[in-house]
Design a protein around this ligand. Structure first.
Ligand SMILES: *Cc1c(COP(=O)(O)O)cnc(C)c1O
Length: 428
């Protein structure tokens, strides 16, 4: 594979940005070598600056559930652009996107748009604290909630890849108010509620933890968390930045039938442009400024171009059968690869939910905790390289999940599965 142009651009980028990138997960540190510089995307494909073409399973780390440059999203963005890019005043587009979300979502009365998943979580935590007038939060080992100070403790692929449990620059005083417990461990959870119950504002969880492997939780565990929160007057915060509009329109809450008190969205909600949102029932949301005392604002919040992209994308996601179709296509793809791995007794299995999948280099039947992940990333590194050579693009970390989009057709997926199996044969 010719990487001449990408390598030259990377060399220049190293002069401008730490590690040559504007988000650490884009670096190829974990898989060695230099990142590919992408020139364009169309449908299920991306092309790099050297003209190499790939079937894209990174999909911008989740937002692109309709693939690249979907004509409906494109059209709506161009339409919005003709009227300018930002006003700092309300538009009807914000109403439209809110209506799409709230009308399908029984536990959200009001939402607030922001510009990223991190911002949504950060603001939701402030709201939980403002509403309950308590300080401490429960977080789960391996769940990632953006680069919020108080949540950069034992969190996600970016940190895991670089072998750090937390970030420098987070004051111990701030981290102190975050209590981290393992996933899938009811005893720790109960003990934590017992010990801290007088000062707990919320428990925040990725109901489908998908930023540090794919650590699927049992419904009974999530239900127990819901019940403990209710019992102790603690808010249950579902961070659905990755699972929202991905596994079902209303995310994991809908899939599992469990109702959170606060929810955050991001990624898919903006149709590939920067949007996040947090929402809750009216009684909680009325604490948000200007109705209430919890301050939160944003110059570009509810940006008309971004709202337009979100409206176009969510309109398509809300159509009957959308998620069933996503899951069915993903399952055929995953089953084909898993059957090949099993037949050849490779220590490898793809874990999936909806249209999210993760490569587990282990034969352990159900990996539900961060400390159960096989941290030897050598096989991932080798497979990642072999897949690139065969025209399959995955995010450059074995802790990251992959995504199947609406335009990853059966034919494209069959072709990808075939390449996948050949790459596995090479590596194992
Ligand atoms: C991606 C992600 C975030 C952070 O969102 P950004 O838009 O990258 O700030 C937060 N929480 C979860 C669950 C995510 O997947």
């Amino acid at each position: 594979m010719n990487k001449t142009a990408s390598e030259a651009l990377y060399k220049t980028a190293l002069n401008y940005f730490p590690g040559g990138v504007n988000s650490p997960v884009r670096a190829f540190k974990a898989v060695e070598g230099s990142p590919l510089f992408i020139k364009k995307g169309d449908g299920a494909y991306i092309w790099d600056e050297d003209g190499n073409k790939f079937i894209d399973f990174c999909c911008s780390f989740g937002p692109l559930i309709l693939g690249h440059n979907h004509p409906k999203v494109y059209e709506k963005i161009v339409g919005a652009l003709q009227n300018g890019t930002s006003y700092g005043a309300p538009t009807k587009l914000e109403n439209e996107l809110a209506e799409l979300i709230i009308s399908r979502n029984p536990f959200i009365d009001k939402i607030r748009f922001v510009s990223s998943g991190t911002e949504a979580v950060m603001s939701g935590i402030r709201l939980a604290r403002g509403y309950t007038r308590k300080n401490k939060i429960i977080k789960f080992d391996g769940c990632y909630h953006g680069h919020v100070d108080s949540l950069l403790v034992k969190a996600g692929s970016g940190l895991a890849t670089f072998g750090e449990s937390s970030s420098a620059g987070v004051p111990a005083k701030v981290a102190e108010d975050t209590i981290v417990i393992p996933l899938n461990d009811l005893e720790s959870l109960k003990a934590c509620f017992e010990q801290h119950r007088d000062d707990l504002a919320c428990a925040i969880i990725e109901p489908i933890p998908a930023n540090n492997g794919l650590l699927l939780q049992e419904k009974s565990y999530l239900q127990a968390l819901r019940d403990l929160c209710t019992e102790h007057g603690v808010l249950l915060f579902f961070d659905e930045v990755i699972s929202g509009f991905r596994v079902a329109f209303s995310g994991a809450a809908e899939l599992y039938g469990i109702t959170p008190d606060i929810v955050s969205y991001g990624k898919i909600i903006g149709g590939g442009l920067p949007v996040g949102a947090y929402g809750a029932r009216a009684e909680i949301m009325q604490k948000v400024s200007p109705d209430g005392p919890v301050y939160q604002a944003g110059t570009l919040s509810g940006n008309p171009v971004a709202m337009s992209a979100g409206i176009a994308q969510l309109s398509i996601c809300s159509q009957q059968g959308f998620y069933e179709d996503q899951e069915a296509r993903t399952k055929v793809f995953v089953d084909a690869i898993n059957a090949h791995a099993k037949k050849n007794a490779y220590e490898f299995e793809i874990v999936m939910v909806g249209s999210i999948f993760w490569l587990a280099f282990s034969n352990m039947p159900a990996i539900r905790r961060a400390d159960e992940i096989n941290n030897d990333m050598t096989p991932f590194k080798n497979l990642h390289k072999a897949l690139l050579e065969r025209g399959i693009y995955l995010g450059p970390s074995g802790y990251e999940v992959g995504f199947v989009s609406h335009v990853h057709s059966k034919e494209i997926l069959a072709q990808a599965a075939e390449q996948f199996c050949m790459a596995m044969d090479e590596v194992f």
